[in-house]
Ligand binder design. Structure first.
Ligand SMILES: [Zn+2]
Length: 237
């Protein structure tokens, strides 16, 4: 009787221990499962990876904002300098914002003025595009003038830089210019370097590969042979 009783007690004890073990094991599984679900909480941290993905996309946008044919301003603070003659403006000795005036006609380029403090200092002129020097000479109405052959949207154009100090231009006809490269400096005010004009830059863009340095045309229709430099948003900024 005693042996049987002891055996039953033992059996119950073993069963209880086994049951307890199973309960403990299931609890421990639950404990393991809970931390497993914890990493799902960092899903609230999703906003932090999002700016990381925004950074490369903004980089891509900035590279897209510089298209292949983007031109560059010919002078620093270019947009602040366009105060007198704009593209296509009809100029007469009577109505001209520049007095005295000797020209009459539709202005084929854009004039960039100097700031007062630049009257007696060097004002560097930079290439608006990468290209080749097609012409470099002294011409009536300009003083020093340089013409650069470039491409715009795969079409040939010539860029006219007027009123430069010719002696400051180190490169010669046939030489290449990189976009933004310094060409030379503006000619001295009311001297032969500017053909007697104020110190300023006349920038013209003529369509096609042919050289035409006319600063004014006598009919509005002829303006179609020229491009408004400021329509290229990058030039007059
Ligand atoms: Zn001009």
């Amino acid at each position: 009787m005693n042996k049987k009783f002891v055996f039953i007690i033992l059996a119950i004890t073993v069963a209880a221990v086994l049951l307890w073990g199973i309960i403990l094991f299931r609890k421990s599984v639950n404990i393991i499962e809970k931390p497993v679900s914890l990493p799902q909480i960092p899903s609230q941290n999703v906003p932090s990876p999002t700016p990381v993905t925004e950074t490369p996309s903004s980089n891509a946008a900035s590279s897209q904002s510089a298209p292949k044919n983007a031109y560059a301003p010919p002078l620093d603070r270019a947009s602040e300098r366009i105060t007198k003659k704009t593209f296509g403006q009809f100029i007469t000795p009577q109505n001209s914002p520049v007095q005295p005036e000797k020209f009459r006609g539709y202005h084929t380029g854009t004039d960039f003025e100097i700031f007062p403090e630049e009257l007696n200092s060097d004002v560097p002129v930079k290439a608006v595009c990468g290209g080749r020097i097609a012409l470099k000479k002294t011409a009536t109405g300009y003083g020093g003038v340089l013409v650069e052959s470039c491409e715009l949207n795969s079409e040939p154009v010539t860029v006219i830089y007027g009123h430069l100090k010719l002696a400051s231009i180190k490169k010669n006809t046939g030489d290449s210019l990189a976009q933004g490269e310094e060409i030379g400096i503006l000619g001295k005010a009311y001297s032969a370097e500017t053909s007697g004009e104020r110190k300023h830059l006349h920038l013209g863009i003529h369509k096609g590969a042919g050289i035409d340095i006319l600063g004014y045309v006598q009919s509005k229709g002829e303006l179609s042979g020229w491009l408004d430099p400021c329509l290229l948003e990058t030039v007059c900024k």
